[in-house]
Design a protein around this ligand. Structure first.
Ligand code: SF4
Length: 439
């Protein structure tokens, strides 16, 4: 990079989807010769990619903007919070520009205005796979934006709009480039992965001469043929999800399904505007396990939703005992400004009650997880190495996504490398993590 290259400091907040937006903007800026720095002080300008999902995330975003203004002064704001620009401009009238999510062109245009690009013909070109903020051996692959569902606790559809899927060949090209650049694990993300292609009317397309359709089943098959681990996140429980499980049994994609069920009481699910047939879901879970006995089901839940009675909550705990989920996250309901749930006329749950339910939920699931994890002792698993340690490394099994699930602490008699996929025998287990030795 030329010594005189203008420098940009970048703050990326929020979910993996926002991280992909950041990666795209950075890729473009790097291609134009901008350099990146992690210090606001001395940078030519700062870009803050905000998250507006929860009020706590909004507060974190506002703090990041405030810090950038204090330390640098030239600040460009983008991301989810930018979809409601007045919430930023009222507090920080001096920011240079505010744009919503995926507004790559506008962000780059704002950078050009604040700091024109240096014209250096010898400038480094971006590697074909782009610049990734995630470690080299795994990468997030965003397949669509927006969402057609209207879950009452969620403002994502109003922030990010209706479902807009990327055409299958475009996703495949990106995935192929990532794998060619050394990525060993592709994490498929979107707001609603199972709805992929609905907006494209599942139109016929092709990839390398093979006739395919713009739908998740064909995309999963295509991605599975690239030779990397393929992990599906944010799968809404539509009936056609059942067809993905045989691909897991065949080893084409990882035996891992991340389906946010959110609750189990039909009353709460109805108020949340989520599918409410949890009895049927238990039957489906049993069927999935029959087809692919090694499948891990990950889910997230919300406790303390308005109107959630003690009976609703106990119904959730009883359902959890039946469902025997493998990986579980739980959030306390937050009345996000603009969410339809605030206008349902349902009584808010006092914070202390919601916190107590959260704790009970976690303890309940810990017992389920511990039993499931202990049952793995003595078994042999595949693990991807994330980190090297003096005695071996820290990795993840096929049942563990980065950042959100557990790890496997590996001991090895030979040197490991980040991104290696090894076979390990499990020696010990707690509710979240495993210990094993590489064979
Ligand atoms: S599926 Fe529901 S929770 Fe997920 S983004 Fe769409 S509206 Fe929000």
């Amino acid at each position: 990079m030329a010594a005189s290259a203008p420098t940009i400091s970048f703050v990326s907040l929020g979910c993996p989807k926002a991280l992909v937006d950041s990666e795209r903007i950075i890729t473009r800026l790097r291609a134009e010769g901008y350099a990146l720095t992690n210090r606001h002080d001395g940078a030519d300008c700062v870009i803050v990619n905000t998250c507006g999902f929860l009020d706590s995330a909004k507060e974190e975003s506002l703090e990041a903007i405030g810090t950038a203004l204090a330390e640098n002064g030239k600040v460009i704001v983008t991301g989810c919070m930018g979809a409601q620009p007045q919430s930023i401009s009222e507090r920080f009238p001096n920011v240079l520009s505010i744009t919503g999510p995926q507004a790559y062109e506008s962000v780059v245009a704002a950078v050009h205005e604040a700091v024109p690009p240096a014209h250096d013909p010898k400038i480094d070109l971006v590697p074909p796979q782009g610049i990734k903020l995630t470690p080299r051996h795994y990468a997030y692959l965003k397949i669509s934006e927006g969402c057609n569902n209207r879950c009452s606790f969620c403002i994502i559809p109003s922030l990010r709009g209706r479902l807009a899927s990327r055409p299958l060949p475009e996703v495949m090209r990106e995935a192929e480039r990532l794998v060619a650049a050394g990525v060993k694990e592709l994490l498929v993300i979107s707001q609603d992965t199972s709805a992929y292609g609905l907006d494209l009317r599942h139109a016929a397309t092709s990839w390398k001469g093979e006739a395919l359709e713009n739908r998740i089943l064909d995309l999963a098959r295509g991605l599975g043929s690239l030779g990397a681990w393929v992990r599906l996140h944010y799968v809404y429980p539509y009936p056609h999800v059942d067809h993905l499980v045989p691909l897991m049994a065949q080893g084409l994609i990882l035996p891992y399904l991340d389906i946010p069920f959110q609750h189990a009481s039909p009353t709460v699910l109805k108020a949340m505007r989520r599918p409410a047939a949890q009895e049927k879901t238990l039957t489906r879970l049993a069927r999935w396990r029959e087809i692919c006995p090694d499948i891990a089901i990950r889910s997230t839940f919300i406790v303390g939703f308005p109107g959630e009675s003690e009976a609703d909550f106990e119904e959730l705990l009883a359902w959890m005992s039946e469902a025997q989920l493998d990986r579980v996250g739980c959030f306390i309901y937050e009345p996000v400004a603009g969410a339809a749930a605030n206008d349902l006329g349902l009584p808010a749950i006092p914070r202390a009650v919601a916190e107590e339910r959260h704790e009970r939920f976690m303890l309940h699931q810990q017992a389920v997880s511990l039993a499931k994890q202990r049952a793995k002792i003595g078994k042999t698993v595949s693990a991807i190495v994330d980190e090297i340690t003096p005695k071996g490394g820290v990795g993840r099994t096929m049942h563990d996504a980065p950042e959100i699930d557990g790890s496997i602490i590996l001991s090895a008699s030979r040197p490991l490398e980040v991104g290696d996929i090894v076979t390990a025998k499990i020696k010990r287990a707690d509710a979240y993590d495993l210990r094993g030795s590489v064979i």
